[in-house]
Design a protein around this ligand. Sequence first.
Ligand code: PAN
Ligand code: ZN
Length: 187
Amino acid sequence: MLLPEGVVIDGTTGAVSPSTDRYEKRLSDLRGFFRDDAALDRAIAEGGDPIAYEVIDYRHQASDLAFGTTIMMPGKVGDEFNMTRGHYHLRTECGEAYYTQSGEGLLLLESRDGEVRTVEMKPGVCAFIPPDWAHRSINTGKDKLVFVWFCATDAGHDYGSIKDRGMRKLVVERDGKPALVDNPNYA
Ligand code: PAN
Ligand code: ZN
């Protein structure tokens, strides 16, 4: 039987205690997601293939609800800010919430019929991700971006559509500021 418990989440480091699982993605794991492969190679060589983000889970298969943190490092690949892979949920009726704890970023969302929206990520903002919207988070700041996510345990991830087609928009640095621009490689 699952028992209630208080899970301690550190909003600065993203540590979750207790947690059930974790993984990390290095820049080399994100090949194919950034626009500029040569810039990715340079960033990997210069930084020693640094960790781009880490995900820590509190997840029990016997419960419908899971949560955890994502901890994103600052940085850019070329002029594109560090980002997550981005995905739709396999169970298309499942939404999600992203509650930012520290840092600053943008949540980029895209519906199946091509509508694009962004939600600012900063402490105090809990972003609502409606069912069947692709979502990718982007660290546009100088520090770590840490957020808590809540979603259905079995929502699942469809990464393929985003990897194959890309998202319609990119978040790049222009004049020292984040800007949303058309993705020239969008298929
Ligand atoms: C989040 C994401 C996490 C990493 O937990 O999985 O931020 O992003 P990618 O999975 O796109 O690499 C979530 O949205 N879960 O559904
Ligand atoms: Zn999700």
